[in-house]
Design a protein around this ligand. Structure first.
Ligand SMILES: C[S@@+](CC[C@H](N)C(=O)[O-])C[C@H]1O[C@@H](n2cnc3c(N)ncnc32)[C@H](O)[C@@H]1O
Length: 481
């Protein structure tokens, strides 16, 4: 079996900036049957799962992060087994499907589940750390060679007698104790010395996870939140030991990942994988249009700043990783802890309320929620409208990629603003229906363990205990709509 260690990048794997033209190369199978019967078939299949096993979709006790899914604790990751079950059900009902898209790709959960089932994958995320994770998850690594590299990195660290701290950034000493910063500097130098980018990228991910654990930020929230000075002094931190433990566990994960990817590639040697940095609101270029059979995605729950701060969570690791090895990395993304979150969905609120009329014309659920927020501060209304406006913009760009009768699976959470529940599922359903999409089914699931990690600990108004999977179908392109 050829591995990413032997060829870089794997010929069917691309990375970095958007490579829209790749999607056009996917041969389009004969048009999928465009009948409501097929939608009913899928809906009954999905319902049958829950009939056979109550709470099937909650995946309580059955959600495991294996085969590459556990290499980094990215916030609000999907349940791999859930998305896998959805893919299998749609493949059973509609065997012609061949290409999946996730425009809010995050750590690449949908990518790995799709590729291991022989489906091509096109994904993007605005956060370069997410794209690095998905890129590493898309490669077939040779675990034996990774173990040799791990030993080589450990030896380089032991031999490194320099006391130079390898990075400089605002508040570095607030977030890293000096002994930790020195150990991370040695690790950075040792990983940088590796010749092959694809190998360095795997170890950067192990270093990113190490940084999450050894920095002065608490791990209980995804927002940066420092320990007290006393706590920092008292912490027992073995930075190099943590890295070696994490990289050993990661190699085990990448072994299973290689098996999963190889399974998919042997079923479909022509499949493509594209993981790129991109804004879901950007219109696709040229011929990429209308080639995707399955949209499977999970957009942010609301603006990143007050819900899940993906950018802030990535800020410290990104300071230490060589920029050239992070797809789409630009210095301005690290100007401050909020830079990535402020360019994400709902990140800019200026003039947001001016969009309310247009959105009211598309979504009764939006209108209902805005009415409820009218007696609340303008800022709460702006947060709501600004996010929905950005989501609506992204739907223009996303639906432009979808083939005739493409299937859509939206994993959605409902957050609160000023104590008012935002009916995200109903809003997305309305916005898609205004573009001619048909509703197939909505699955409700409890989030095992109570809730997802959000920006603030114990912020009950911001915490979610359940989420939904909204299943829709894109219009038939031949419809005289
Ligand atoms: C709920 S997470 C996706 C998690 C992913 N499904 C997983 O399993 O890891 C939402 C993602 O949307 C990304 N995002 C936010 N605004 C975006 C935008 N305008 N364009 C593309 N991605 C964006 C965030 O960086 C985050 O990774």
């Amino acid at each position: 079996m050829e591995s990413a260690m032997d060829r870089q990048p794997a010929s069917n794997v691309t990375e970095g900036e958007a490579k829209d033209e790749d999607a056009t190369r996917t041969a389009r199978k004969p048009s999928m049957r465009a009948t409501p019967k097929l939608e009913q078939e899928l809906a009954s299949k999905l319902r049958a799962r829950a009939d056979a096993t109550p709470e099937f979709w909650s995946f309580s006790g059955r959600s495991r992060r294996e085969a590459g899914h556990g290499i980094f604790a990215y916030p609000a990751m999907m349940v791999p087994q859930l998305q896998g079950a959805l893919l299998e059900d749609v493949q059973a009902v509609d065997p012609a499907v061949s290409a999946v898209m996730d425009p809010f790709m995050g750590s690449g959960t949908v990518m790995l589940e799709s590729v291991s089932r022989g489906l091509s994958f096109y994904g993007a995320d605005i956060n370069p750390l997410a794209v690095l994770l998905a890129t590493v998850k898309s490669k077939v690594y040779d675990p034996k060679q990774l173990s040799i590299v791990r030993q080589r990195i450990a030896s380089r660290v032991t031999e490194d007698s320099s006391d130079e701290i390898a990075v400089e950034f605002h508040n570095r000493d607030k977030w890293f104790r000096s002994d930790v910063a020195l150990s991370l500097s040695k690790l950075k130098r040792a990983i940088s010395a590796e010749r092959r980018k694809v190998v360095r990228q795997a170890f950067w991910v192990a270093m990113a996870e190490t940084i999450r654990l050894v920095s002065n930020s608490r791990t209980s929230t995804v927002k940066l939140h420092s320990y007290s000075a006393d706590e920092i002094d008292a912490r027992q931190i073995d930075t190099i030991g943590t890295f070696l433990r994490i990289s050993a566990a990661q190699i085990e994960q990448l072994k299973d990942q290689a098996d999963a990817l190889s399974r998919g590639l042997s079923n479909n040697p022509d499949l493509k994988i594209v993981c790129s940095v991109g804004d879901a609101r950007s219109a696709p270029s040229g011929k990429v249009r209308k080639t995707v059979d399955i949209l499977m995605t999970s957009p942010p729950y609301g603006d990143n700043v007050t819900t899940v701060t993906y950018g802030q969570h990535s800020y410290l690791p990104l300071q230490w990783i060589d920029t050239a090895d992070v797809p789409g990395m630009r210095p301005e993304l690290l100007e401050n802890t909020r830079s990535i979150d402020s360019i994400s969905l709902g990140g800019k609120l200026k003039g947001a309320l001016g969009w309310a009329d247009e959105l009211q014309g598309k979504s009764p659920a939006f209108t209902y929620c805005l009415e409820q927020l009218r007696s609340h501060p303008t800022n709460a209304q702006s947060r709501f409208v600004g996010f929905v406006r950005d989501l609506d913009d992204s739907l223009d760009a996303i639906t432009a990629h979808l083939g005739s009768n493409a299937w859509m699976f939206w994993t959605l959470g409902e957050r609160k603003i000023s104590g008012i529940s935002v009916p995200t599922v109903a809003i997305v359903r309305d916005l898609l229906a205004s573009r001619g999409a048909r509703h197939v089914e909505t699955l409700e699931r409890k989030i095992p363990g109570g809730s997802k990690r959000m920006a603030f600990r114990n912020a009950s108004v911001e915490t979610m205990n359940s989420e939904s999977v909204l299943v829709m179908r894109a219009p038939c392109n031949d419809d005289p709509r």
